[in-house]
Design a protein around this ligand. Structure first.
Ligand SMILES: Cc1ncc(CN)c(N)n1
Length: 222
C-alpha cells in the first residue's frame, strides 16, 4: 500500500495538532486576539508570503513535466492572487501602508521558516520542496475548517478577524489546497519507507516552524 499525505500528519501528530490548534488560532477564532499581536503577525506574514512565492517559483524551475509545472503555478497563484492581494488591502485596513511593509525588519521566526523551505527545495528534489511547503497551504486550509467546527469561533462582523477566516475558507484557497493534496498523494504513493522517513522529517520541521511563527505573533517577537 502506498503512502498518502495523511501519513505525514500522522507521523508528527502532536506537532501537527499543536500548529493547527495554537493559542493564536484559538484567540483569532474567538475574536479575542490582541490587535497588536495580529498586526505584528500580519506584517511578518507579508514578508513570509514573498519568500513563499519565491519557493513556488523554485518548484516551477524544478518541474520536469507540464503537470508539475501547473501545480507549482497553482501554489504561486494562491499566494499572489488570493493571499497577497487581500493581504495588502487588509494591512491597509489595519493601518499598515505598503511603504511600511517595504521597510519592515524581518523577524527571526520569519527568516528561519522561509529560509528552511528555500534551502530544502534547493538541496532536495521537487517532492522535498512540496512537502516543506505543505504545512503552509494545507495547514491554513485545515485551520479555517477546524475553526468553523469549534463552538468558541465567532463569525461575522463582531469578530475583527472575520476577513482572515473567510480568506482561508474561500473556494479559491480551498481548491488550491485540494489540488496540492491530490498532487502529494499521487507522488507519495510510489515512495519507499526510507524516503518516507526523510520526507516525514521535513514535514515535521516545517510544521514546527509554523508553530514558532504563531508564537512570534503572540510574543510580537523580532
Ligand atoms: C506563516 C504562514 N503560513 C501559511 C500561510 C498560508 N499560505 C501563511 N499566509 N502564513
Amino acid at each position: 500500500m502506498g503512502y498518502r499525505f495523511t501519513d505525514l500528519t500522522d507521523a508528527c501528530h502532536d506537532d501537527w495538532r499543536a500548529y493547527l490548534e495554537h493559542d493564536f488560532v484559538r484567540q483569532l477564532g474567538a475574536g479575542t486576539l490582541d490587535e497588536g499581536a495580529f498586526r505584528h503577525y500580519l506584517q511578518q506574514d507579508y514578508l513570509f508570503l514573498i519568500h513563499f512565492a519565491r519557493a513556488y517559483a523554485l518548484a516551477a524551475y524544478k518541474s520536469r513535466t507540464l503537470t508539475d509545472l501547473r501545480q507549482a503555478h497553482e501554489g504561486l497563484k494562491a499566494i499572489l492572487d488570493v493571499e497577497l492581494d487581500l493581504h495588502v488591502g487588509y494591512c491597509r485596513e489595519w493601518g499598515i501602508s505598503e511603504e511600511m511593509l517595504a521597510e519592515l525588519p524581518e523577524a527571526r521566526a520569519t527568516m528561519a521558516y522561509t529560509r528552511y523551505v528555500l534551502d530544502t527545495g534547493n538541496r532536495g528534489d521537487l517532492l522535498d520542496l512540496h512537502v516543506a511547503l505543505a504545512p503552509c497551504l494545507v495547514g491554513y486550509g485545515e485551520i479555517a475548517n477546524w475553526l468553523n467546527a469549534q463552538a468558541f469561533t465567532v463569525r461575522g462582523e463582531t469578530n475583527p478577524f472575520e476577513a482572515w477566516i473567510a480568506m482561508y475558507e474561500s473556494e479559491e484557497f480551498q481548491s488550491a489546497m485540494l489540488a496540492e493534496l491530490e498532487w502529494l498523494d499521487a507522488r507519495l504513493a510510489g515512495i519507499a519507507p526510507a524516503r518516507f522517513a526523510e520526507l516525514a522529517r521535513v514535514f515535521r520541521d516545517a510544521t514546527r516552524l509554523e508553530t514558532d511563527f504563531w508564537q512570534m505573533g503572540l510574543d510580537r517577537a523580532i
